[in-house]
Design a protein around this ligand. Sequence first.
Ligand code: UT7
Length: 379
Amino acid sequence: MFTSRIIGCGHCFPKKIVTNDDLAKIVDTNDEWIFSRTGIKERRIAGANESTASLGAEAAMMALRAAGERPEDVEAIILATTTPDHPMPATATKIQAMIGASRAFAFDVQAVCSGFIYALSIADGLIRGLGKRGSVLVIGAEVMSRVVDWKDRSTCVLFGDGAGAVLLKGSEERADGGRCGILSTHLFSDGTFYDSLFVDRESSAPEGRGAIESADRESSAPNNHGTIKMNGRTVFTIAIEKMTEVAALALAENSLSINDIDWLVVHQANKRIIDVVVERLGIYQVTERIDGRRHVAQAPSCTQRTAQAEQRIDEPANFRGLDTEKVIVTLESFANTGAATIPTTLSIAHNDGRLKAGDLILMVAMGGGFTWGAAVVRL
Ligand code: UT7
């Protein structure tokens, strides 16, 4: 059977680091509040010479190099972004020109923080449907800092800029008949939540960005596109519900349990959201190692384990569930980078050697719209 496999990953972040203490100079906040409520310590912010296209192009080139492929062999470029460089044309076409992917067709996908899963699903459909042997670049790139209201402490602390990319290629299934590549994607949306998280075009340009940039003369163009408005509580609650639901669905449809998963890559907006999703999926936390043995310090209630206290998980009765070390989190250093979060996380974990050929990855995301989705991928 024909399948779409990830053959390369790449990522790119702006140089400028903005810490929680930096933000405390421009809005009434502090590191303690931000870190304890979100898990974020710092984020990257694009300078004047950095854009969604430039970050996306860098990430795409890294993915191509990792795969040993040439830009001119790319057949399609799909960019997931909430922050295109211009409302038209598609920023993906700018990336096409920047990397010299002359044979490709290119377009943008807008599904906010779920955008990468949506784009991955479309790319998988293209490869399967058209039987393409060429490669498809799937990129998630954002300059969220240009739609953030830098005077609103309840949102400006949450977001960051960056780009990640994967290169997909059509391939035959493994000779042994084992399933590999993109095993499934599941996509959903519910537009009744449209105004729970949106960019308000009527809002004025955020003067606050000037303060964030004052230490760096590479300041970017002022925002003319409105700013993010969010009902944080609603997003928090629905994100937990939908990401847990779609993760469980993706596992069930592949006849998998959470124990089969090597890595969980969840959209990262708030560490507390991730923690609850992880607990509901039956993932346990290993906090220490004693005598070479791993010990569970927190047993998830939903699995109805009898002992809530420390257990030896290398004893068969206790050895169920996914270890939180398998949940890849980059939020502390990069904050919520929208559609870029999942591909940057994949690329970072691939580069540091965590992701290996044959690993099974469950990706889950939720974003404005609301949109949500999951992908199960065997590397
Ligand atoms: O990709 C999707 C994007 N967004 C999300 O996923 C966000 C989902 N929501 C959240 O992560 C959380 O709702 C937030 C982090 C946004 C807020 O956390 P919370 O625990 O729900 O706080 P809250 O909104 O209930 O606010 C608690 C207090 C308020 O003060 P009062 O009214 O209790 O006096 C806020 O004004 O914290 C205050 N507050 C802050 N204080 C210091 C809100 N933002 C800040 C801040 N620094 N940055």
